[in-house]
Design a protein around this ligand. Structure first.
Ligand SMILES: [Zn+2]
Length: 578
């Protein structure tokens, strides 16, 4: 076979192997490449028995590359094939179902409507993740509206407004507009007046229990047929705060005999005497109920699609009565089930987390034990990893479980390649049995493991041995046995410590010698690792001091961490995942 044919075959095989390895994220096989190679290149056929031998080393090289290197190489050889792969990836990424009737609207407009009664727990990330993804898919519009119209039972937390906006940004989205419902009371009052004028609402002073009894019996209360002027007058007195709590409400006139009692003449406005914590809203006493407020706002902001929990089906039904009075079109609604995340000991509930933070049982909303966005962020989880995992859950009406391992695996894909490695020896009975010091005799002065196992070009670390090392107790072989100190070499465990053995790394395979991590016994860097299961202490290689706060490292065989605080005598690291 002449040189030109052999080169052509190698080139074809490399392209083919790169394509397949990228597509399936696995190693390419010579056998699998031979078929298409012969099929597409009749010139090769007469050398059929030699081609496999020629291309085998090429395929091996491809298999040794990282996905990133494969991508770069394929871009050089056959950019059109890389493009094809990337467009396939995009198709696969769209796991969300199409929005109902999206084509009927000039622009898809959606809103998230958080109650700012505390920073977000992890479940809250689902709404921005899904709405933000739809916004990107449809080139749509996204509103963040704070539904903060209950100053008493769901009392807003003044810090939470900004914390929630920060969380949305961390997840990778930016709302096109931000509104606070507590700024918009006059707008709701105006609509209440209009509704009264249309005969769609009445003021009612029935004690709650009395009204309930009448309602459950399908009977109207005496206030239902009040004349419009009186209703207007009484509503203005509500707005002016002239009634006390429970004395007067404004009801929407629906169908007093409706088969669902919850929909019979529901309350639209009530008096709350507790002042709103926002100064701008502190004077108001007459507050709309959530269903009234959000229904009005959805219309006024042109929302076309609402996503809400399946448990809130009555909301749409109530709001439709109001929409009918105004002759408005109700938006499209997608109802989804609840998302469970049960890997935390702390319940995923704003009020529970708030109590634990206030009592000091949690160090704050970003305590690694808290199922919150702030906690994941502090642990070095990228917002995009949470979004990927949430979007994969889809929007079905059944309840779904989010496995944290899915979030972690998305995060690993994002950070693995860029994250440097370091050794840490844990000093904890539960993990590794504790740090054990051993003198080292006869070996080199330093160990030189790679900065990143898949990137030789990023160089090697230099870890001084200073005549002794720490290893985890469970890594210690019985006396007389050997162990491989990673990046250093083979040592034999004797009664005096570790005796260096000049040996080939192949030994670890042939003789089943374990490779263990280690740190120098002196001049190491103490580490406190904060994990969802509690704190773990240990010692890291001294080079860890050189990294800045907020950088990620992979503690080999332990996991990825985010450096949270670099003090001279201790590195505080937040544990992300394996
Ligand atoms: Zn009444």
């Amino acid at each position: 076979m002449d040189e030109a044919i052999a080169e052509a075959a190698k080139r074809e095989a490399e392209t083919n192997a790169l394509y397949n390895a990228l597509k399936h994220d696995s190693e390419a096989q010579v056998g699998a490449i031979m078929g298409p190679l012969m099929g597409e290149n009749p010139d090769f056929r007469e050398y059929g028995d030699q081609i496999a031998g020629v291309i085998a080393p090429v395929v091996e090289e491809v298999n040794a590359m990282s996905q990133e290197q494969r991508r770069e190489r394929l871009a050089e050889l056959a950019p059109e094939q890389l493009e094809e792969l990337e467009s396939e990836d995009e198709e696969e990424e769209q796991v969300l179902p199409d929005l109902p009737n999206a084509e009927a609207y000039d622009q898809v407009r959606m809103r998230m409507a958080p109650n700012p009664n505390g920073p977000w727990h992890l479940g809250s990330a689902r709404m921005p993740a899904v709405i933000g993804t739809y916004k990107e898919l449809y080139d749509g519009w996204m509103l963040c509206r704070f539904d903060d119209t209950d100053p008493e039972t769901k009392r807003p937390d003044l810090d939470a407004y900004d914390q929630i906006l920060d969380a949305i940004e961390y997840l990778g989205f930016e709302p096109d507009e931000v509104l606070r419902a507590s700024d918009r009371l006059e707008i709701y009052y105006e609509h209440a007046r209009e509704l009264i004028a249309k005969g769609g609402a009445y003021t009612c002073s029935c004690p709650q229990e009395e009204f309930s009894e009448l309602k459950n019996a399908g009977e109207a209360c005496p206030h239902r047929d009040k004349d419009t002027d009186t209703i207007h007058e009484e509503f203005e007195k509500m707005v002016d705060g002239e009634y006390s709590e429970g004395e007067m409400v404004l009801r929407v006139k629906t169908d007093i005999g409706h088969k669902n009692p919850a929909l019979r003449d529901f309350v639209a406005f009530r008096i709350i005497e507790t002042p709103h914590p926002r100064e701008e809203a502190a004077e108001y006493r007459c507050w709309p109920m959530l269903d009234f407020q959000s229904g009005i706002d959805d219309q006024l902001t042109g929302v076309t699609h609402i996503i809400r929990g399946i448990d809130l089906q009555d909301s749409a039904k109530k709001q439709r009565f109001v929409y009918d009075y105004f002759d408005w079109e109700y938006p499209e609604v997608v109802h989804w089930g609840h998302v469970n995340i049960d890997e935390y000991d702390v319940a995923m509930s704003t009020s529970t987390i708030k109590e634990l933070v206030e009592s000091g049982e949690l160090d704050g909303w970003d305590d690694p034990r808290a199922p919150t966005i702030a906690s994941l962020r502090r642990r070095g989880i990228r917002g995009g990893a949470i979004v990927d995992a949430m979007v994969e859950l889809g929007t079905s009406t059944s309840n779904v479980d989010l496995a944290m391992s899915t979030v972690y695996s998305h995060n690993r894909n994002r950070i693995d390649d860029e994250t440097d490695r370091a050794f840490v020896v844990r000093d904890d009975a539960e993990y590794g049995g504790g740090a054990v010091e051993k003198a080292v005799r006869g070996g080199p002065d330093t160990g030189n493991p790679l900065v990143h196992p898949e990137h030789e070009e990023r160089g090697r670390r230099e870890i001084p041995v200073h005549g002794g090392v720490l290893v985890e107790e469970t890594d210690l072989p019985p006396e007389g046995d050997r162990v491989w100190l990673k990046g250093y070499g083979c040592v034999e465990h004797t009664d005096e410590g570790f005796e260096f053995v000049d040996a080939d790394i192949e030994l670890t395979r042939e003789e089943d010698i374990d490779i263990v991590h280690w740190v120098p016994a002196t001049d190491n860097q103490p580490v406190r690792m904060r994990t969802p299961d509690g704190d773990v202490s240990g010692y890291a290689e001294p080079g860890v001091r050189e990294y800045e706060t907020d950088e990620m490292l992979q503690f080999e065989r332990v996991g990825f961490v985010r450096l949270d605080d670099q003090e001279d005598d201790c590195t505080v690291a937040y544990y992300a995942h394996r």
